[in-house]
Design a binder for this molecule. Structure first.
Ligand code: THU
Length: 139
């Protein structure tokens, strides 16, 4: 379980990060924050580009910022956007998170304060692995 206070801190950081989103093309601002095993929080926002494929999601900015600071063991990720239902991370971000923390908790939220909690394993069963697992060890 995710401690209520820590959960609130993660959501606050994700909301704050969302304010710095650079999204002039989609006008869809996203904020994210990850909690490391050491208890530190790193946040990120989506950063778009005129070459649309160069856009990076908020979740990956948060994950990669934590990894670049030496933290690969991430226990929770929060993501917030202005959506009717709590926003779910895209498939690419799920795969990037699975690289480092396949058992991560994922806290999805909207700006209205609705939240939904899941485990990455539920959101990305059978994540791609390299080298490929031996027959029967893929799950
Ligand atoms: N986006 C995220 O930041 N996270 C996601 O999980 C899905 C999409 C961003 C990318 C782009 O800037 C905008 O939302 C619209 O796709």
């Amino acid at each position: 379980m995710l401690d209520e206070t820590v959960q609130q801190q993660l959501l606050d950081q994700a909301r704050r990060a969302r304010e710095t989103a650079y999204a002039p093309y989609s006008n869809f601002k996203v904020g994210a924050a990850v909690l490391t095993a050491a208890g530190e929080i790193f946040s990120g926002c989506n950063i778009e580009n005129a070459s649309l494929g160069a856009t990076i999601c908020a979740e990956r900015v948060a994950i990669l910022t934590a990894v670049a600071a030496g933290h690969r063991d991430l226990t929770a990720l929060a993501v917030v956007a202005d959506t009717p239902d709590p926003v779910a991370p895209c498939g690419l971000c799920r795969q990037v998170l699975a690289e480092f923390s396949p058992d991560c908790r994922v806290l999805m939220a909207n700006t209205a304060g609705r939240i939904r909690l899941a485990n990455l394993k539920e959101l990305l069963p059978l994540a791609f692995r390299w080298p490929p697992p031996k027959s029967g060890e893929g799950g």
